[in-house]
Design a protein around this ligand. Structure first.
Ligand SMILES: CC(C)(COP(=O)(O)OP(=O)(O)OC[C@H]1O[C@@H](n2cnc3c(N)ncnc32)[C@H](O)[C@@H]1OP(=O)(O)O)[C@@H](O)C(=O)NCCC(=O)NCCS
Length: 146
């Protein structure tokens, strides 16, 4: 099931974050998100978190900052459900657009965003660090009031 993300989820978020991301967020990055008032949701079963999404929501836009699902729960629809929850929350608050950045090489995530009707609107050159140099970010967006 999906529920709202709480600061007390931090230790479990870190475990998932480190297991799925090439350059994972640090504990400090998560804490600064909480301090900034960013919101999110988690997938939880038997008190075990297996995925989460964190977004920065303003009156005008919803910036999806982080989305991840633990390896053993991937490709079971949870990533899509987390994204849907965030988009529907933003829609209910009258927000017009949601956007995100994704590594050019992240075919799974790109395939999910296209399936959810996001459109490619731009790119940021060498945005992400990798073990061998930097990698471009693709920027995808969706019109929430269409
Ligand atoms: C990207 C991610 C969040 C997707 O979550 P998920 O729960 O696996 O996604 P879903 O099960 O909802 O899949 C929805 C769609 O995503 C794509 N997808 C997910 N897993 C895939 C896989 N193993 N191979 C190919 N496509 C895949 C498909 O388009 C899929 O649609 P389909 O089921 O009709 O084939 C997950 O793979 C993940 O956490 N990856 C590591 C972290 C990351 O890259 N986050 C995104 C950063 S921008």
């Amino acid at each position: 099931m999906l529920r709202t993300l709480f600061q007390s989820d931090l230790s479990q978020l870190l475990v998932i974050e480190k297991s799925v991301h090439i350059t994972p967020w640090t504990e400090e990055t998560f804490k600064s998100c909480f301090q900034a008032g960013y919101i999110g949701w988690v997938v939880e079963m038997n008190k075990q978190i297996s995925g989460f999404i964190i977004v920065a929501l303003t009156m005008k836009e919803c910036h999806i900052l982080n989305l991840c699902v633990a390896h053993h729960c991937q490709h079971q629809g949870w990533g899509g459900k987390l994204l849907e929850r965030a988009l529907s929350h933003a829609r209910q608050h009258g927000v017009n657009i949601a956007y995100l950045e994704v590594r050019r090489s992240n075919e799974r995530a790109i395939s999910l965003y296209k399936k959810m009707k996001f459109h490619l609107i731009g790119e940021r050159k060498e945005y992400y660090p990798t073990v061998a140099g930097n990698e471009d970010a693709l920027i995808f967006a969706i019109n929430l009031q269409a």
